[in-house]
Design a protein around this ligand. Structure first.
Ligand code: FES
Ligand code: FES
Length: 160
């Protein structure tokens, strides 16, 4: 496990990794953001609510320890997607469809959708369903989430 002085980038911003090596990446990020979701997640790698991009791959951050990160690793969160103007429709569609939802699953869903739409700009509903199948939505809003991603795909297709 790495303990030396390292820094990572979070949504493109350099951040020094001063946390204990045994702290999970999930807790490291929650501490930085003071997220209200802290108490509502499994921390066991089961729900997907803590998903982030790590060097371009979708990972559950609760099962990655800070000590496993390397200097220069790039972390992307769903908040960071908001800053990418080309992905704004994705956030907007989630806002519309998920207005009354608890949004616990939203980070993972948005990141999974981002990866899917980059690979396949016009996925079918089945392909969307398959992509998000690893992320739990205990509120069972899967149909709404699929619709949000489908709408985003249509909007991104109109304004690539
Ligand atoms: S909090 Fe990481 S998978 Fe549930
Ligand atoms: S977990 Fe509540 S909306 Fe998905």
């Amino acid at each position: 496990m790495l303990t030396g002085k390292r820094s990572v980038t979070i949504n493109g911003e350099t951040s020094s990794l001063e946390s204990p090596p045994e702290m999970s990446l999930c807790d490291f990020l929650l501490e930085k953001s003071s997220s209200p979701q802290k108490e509502k997640i499994c921390r066991e790698g089961n729900c997907g609510a803590c998903a982030v991009m790590l060097n371009g791959e979708l990972v559950n951050s609760c099962i990655i320890l800070c000590g496993q990160l390397s200097d220069g690793d790039a972390i992307g969160t769903s908040e960071g997607c908001k800053e990418i103007s080309s992905l704004a429709p994705l956030h907007d569609c989630f806002l519309q469809e998920e207005r009354n939802a608890c949004k616990r699953c939203q980070s993972g869903m948005i990141l999974a959708a981002k990866i899917l739409l980059q690979k396949k700009p016009s996925p079918t509903r089945n392909e969307i369903a398959e992509t998000i199948s690893g992320i739990l939505c205990p509120c069972l809003r899967y149909e709404k989430i699929i619709t949000a991603i489908e709408k985003a795909s249509n909007l991104l297709g109109e304004h690539p």
